[in-house]
Design a protein around this ligand. Structure first.
Ligand code: AKG
Length: 385
């Protein structure tokens, strides 16, 4: 079998820029990059322009209208010095995308850092800068309080020209990103971010046959039922500081994450060679939780900073994931991260043949009764028949 070569490496993460001909066969391409991801924990795939041209960019009014962010979580972080436990409090509220963007103005990024930052420079009056007082999309402070289903089509027509993050350019500045990343780890416990995570749905058009996250050809097509987030895609509506704690996927599956629009995500991954040492380190940091459940990291509530991991001899890869790019996560590749601001991503699990053995021996967390349990023998026989 042929192996694809990364175009370059970033923070220990291989980055692939396939030509459309190599890219179009999702399953085949995943096999070609597998040996890299099975070592680095995650890889980035930058899709070719021919694929991007097939997408609805910018999203049409109907697409924007159908987005719903249901029961977002407020993430309360407890801890200090790079070690945190998150408590997720579900908010019984539904937002449409206009309301979600409006909410992002309550979760502004701090000023500072970088060559082009607002610090030490007066912005001209045409630009929207982080931390300034931009008007809300529909010029009303009551937008958030309205019924998400009551917005007329005209509101979405107006919003269609401003659906994206207002200042994407700032994330291209390495100094600005470094400032924000350090700020994130220093102030994580100060104000609880909001995350619209795990909402069933897809933003891909049904007729997209190539790399459509909601219908990727893979082994999980042979499952007999749809399991939300596992073989049915989830949408993730991010805001500044909204985080995903260190974890492996359910039953140690693969996952894929695509940012449709908005601010980037910061990702961290532990190379599989260090995963046992990482687990032992996490046990030391969170002894009470570890004593109650061997699979405590599946609770997705524990964050430690990359700096602390490195200080303790555990390698931590890192990469920034921009809109219109994919990150793939691999079995035994612990990963974590956060969002740099308002964005919308889509993610799902998948499996290659080599997962059958992995899935058969994956350990389950018994604290929750709805832990995913795919019958790998049945899947194998469905797949072979
Ligand atoms: C995944 O896609 O596998 C993740 O862990 C990231 C989820 C997120 O974007 O919050």
């Amino acid at each position: 079998m042929s192996t694809a070569e990364p175009s370059h490496w970033e923070g220990g993460v291989p980055v692939f820029r396939p030509k459309y001909d190599e890219f179009k066969d999702f399953y085949g391409y995943m096999k070609q990059v597998n040996s890299f991801g099975r070592k680095s924990g995650i890889v980035k795939v930058v899709p070719p322009k021919e694929w991007l041209e097939k997408l609805e960019v910018p999203p049409g009014v109907e697409t924007l209208q159908k987005i719903r962010i249901r029961s977002p979580i407020q993430q309360h972080f407890n801890g200090s010095k790079g070690v945190f436990v998150v408590q997720n409090v579900e908010k019984p509220k539904t937002y449409n995308i206009i309301q979600w963007k409006d909410l992002s103005y309550d979760y502004r990024l701090p000023e500072g850092g970088g060559d082009n930052s607002v610090a030490g420079r007066v912005p001209d009056d045409t630009e929207t800068t982080a931390g300034d007082k931009s008007p809300s999309p529909l010029k009303s402070s009551k937008v958030k309080l309205k019924n998400p289903d009551s917005f007329p089509r005209e509101d979405f027509e107006e919003f269609a020209s401003q659906y994206n993050h207002d200042n994407l350019a700032e994330f291209q500045d390495a100094g600005r990103r470094e400032f924000l990343e350090n700020y994130f780890w220093k102030t994580l416990a100060f104000t609880p971010p909001m995350y619209g995570a795990d909402t069933l749905g897809s933003l891909f058009k049904d007729d997209l046959k190539v790399w459509n996250v909601s219908k990727l050809p893979n082994l999980l097509d042979h499952m007999e039922t749809k399991v939300p987030g596992v073989n049915d895609s989830y949408l993730y509506a991010g805001l500044w500081k909204a985080s995903f704690a260190w974890h492996l996927e359910d039953q140690d599956l693969y996952s894929i994450n695509y940012i449709h629009f908005g601010a980037p995500k910061q990702w961290y991954s532990v190379p599989q060679e260090d995963s046992d040492r990482f687990y032992a380190f996490m046990k030391e940091q969170f002894p009470e939780h570890a004593a109650k459940c061997d699979e405590f990291l599946r609770h997705k509530t524990f964050l430690v900073s990359p700096k602390l991991l490195e200080k303790n001899g555990i390698r931590c890869n890192k990469i920034t994931h921009y809109q219109h790019e994919f990150i793939i996560t691999y079995p035994y590749g612990y990963h974590a991260g956060f969002n740099y601001g308002y964005n919308l991503a889509e993610s799902v699990n998948f499996a290659l043949e080599d997962w059958l053995e992995i899935g058969a021996t994956a350990k389950k967390c018994l604290c929750v009764d709805d832990a995913v349990g795919i019958d790998t023998e049945k899947l194998k026989s469905n797949w072979l028949s």
